[in-house]
Design a protein around this ligand. Sequence first.
Ligand code: LMR
Length: 393
Amino acid sequence: MFDQLKPQPADALLSLIKLYNADPRDTKIDLGVGVYRDETGGTPVFAAVKAAERRLIAEQDSKAYLGPEGDIGFVAAVRELALDGAVAPDRVVGLQTPGGTGALRLAIELVVRNLPDTTFWVGTPTWPVHMSILTGLGAKVRTYEHFDIRRQALNADALLAAAREAGRGDIFLLHGCCHNPTGADLAIEHWREVAQILSGNGAVPLIDLAYHGLGEGLDADAAGARHLLAAFPEALLAYSCDKNFGVYRERTGAVFAIAADAAAAEVAGSNLATIGRNNWSMPPDHGAAVARIILTDAGLRSQWHGELQGMQARLSQIRQQLAACGTTGDVDLSHIAGQRGMFATLPLSGAAIVALRERHGVYMAGSGRINIAGLAERDCDRFVAALADVAGL
Ligand code: LMR
């Protein structure tokens, strides 16, 4: 049986981790997978997470199943963190999921199973797993250019044209903030315009909010998504806590369906629960229990928020430092300051990306995406010089 299988290419982003680890140079720089790093290159556990974990270990009296919805207190706390009352809670049903990927999988599978002819609109480039979940489920996908790589800016004309073309019941996927892989977010005016056009068409938004708090702050990062979601009778939201709580390997996220009323929300929830049951039965508990403890305790919440703000400040600082270098080699870095979150996508050829790795030990995705958090302040000049060295390749 297995002889019939075709080998699958390894996930390009995850393969970079192995390549980087195997490189013996102590000057190497990891700008690959989207994990926050501090100035020393470490990804420490948040102090608020450690404190919540201690409380969890001391107080948890059972590990019996919680059910397909997972930790209901976590789901309610994340709903408020994301939406802050923008949508009446009885219209929102949520389920805990294994990370944001699990949330996306449930949201997309819910649509494809029930309405297989639905068209999904996706701005490119996007996180590769968006595409692989969609194509893996056989969904119909239409793409438009989200990012103009030459101008290093959001292609708002293409976004608005796609929104105008989206039909009734089409799903319009948007990154809530900190666009992965470009950092080019919608300004609030774009959110308003897209909301108006899509709600006029009867299209349904699916928002992927995976970097909440890493752009400009919790409220500013969610402002566009909240405005948009408030304008629709139906919408889907995939939320990840992996980055903003730094609990990556704990796989912590939630999916929310916003329905016209409480009865419809309940039916949507039962469908999501059934799909979750058939995929992973029940979500892993630990990360969600920790996030719930933090979000429902004023002291831990404020400690966590301070740590999150520290991450956001470091990302902004590195963005300013890179942008101040202006044009280096073939790359104008000045736009990086106006982009948000962990990522930027640079206009580099495949040959330049390989040369950066081989000559300079700079590891980045083959798409030209860099993880800003992978740069320490002291590495910026070396990175900029390496970009100049590979110019023209
Ligand atoms: C990334 O884009 O690097 C992260 O979201 C990690 C992942 O799973 O790809």
